[in-house]
Ligand binder design. Sequence first.
Ligand code: BV8
Length: 252
Amino acid sequence: MRQIGESFQAPPEFFSSMQSATHVAVLTGSGVSAESGVPTFREAQTGLWAQYDPESLATPEAFRRDPALVWQWYRWRRELIGKAKPNPGHLSLVEMEALIRGYSLITQNVDGLHRLAGSSAVIELHGNIMRTRCTRDGRIIKETSDSSDNLPHCPDCGSLLRPDVVWFGEALPRGSYHEALIAARTCDIFFSIGTSGVVQPAASLALEARATGAIIVEINIDDTPLTQFSDFVFRGTAGNILPSLVNSIKGR
Ligand code: BV8
């Protein structure tokens, strides 16, 4: 494993691997959106939400127990994310997509910032916080005003609506996860960017890629459980490292 700091140039073997790659898969986590002002998932929350652990709120049990509290949390996050703009990390991944013939962008993030940045084939493993769905039949619903209980209900069947995200204990969207697994198993290089590598099954995708001989590249500010399995580790922020990597690839 080659650990490269924020100011060092990537080694030549990194660029030769990129040049010969026919399929690159990228997995992103909340660290990629941190520089857009979106708090990372395990970062302490602020204000009213500082007393809550996101993992305790992002569950069907929490929603059953107190749907108003969970909706308040999601509305707070939606407002924050609504003001967020893609950062140089997101924009560099759009450029990388244009440089590589086969490219898959898999994200655990629910903020939609990759699409907003211009990435095309984004695989959203954990849904999208800006979408709302009916709890009865799962259809995506355009939210109207809240009813008397100050909660959004389906205009067709009256059932409670929920954010269209995957909560802990819920299965990932079958199609998205299958697509991500295929990308991990068929890529030459797998990038893991801005993720603590804790949440399953997303965290296992890098090991799936490694098992089929892919080169593993980690870009993160901290060590993670994946660091020891990575061929190249770029320690620093995605917003700094990705633009310099992509510019170096373009310049070759
Ligand atoms: C499932 C949507 C089965 C909601 C999210 C015990 C062992 C193993 C697994 C489990 C277990 N117990 C339970 C499980 C399963 C569980 C799980 O993995 N739990 C973990 C916590 C142990 N997983 C599930 O429940 C999944 N479902 O397993 O279903 C099943 C099958 C069939 C039928 C029924 C059930 C569902 C998981 C999805 C949960 N939903 N989000 C919402 O957002 O409200 S996950 C949530 O975590 C976000 O999506 C987030 O993206 C994701 C992962 O976190 P990270 O992105 O990694 O964020 P984190 O803050 O942790 O790390 C940020 C990193 O970035 C840090 O390393 C930091 O250093 C770095 N960083 C910060 N700034 C920067 C940076 N890096 C670079 N640049 C920077 N500027």
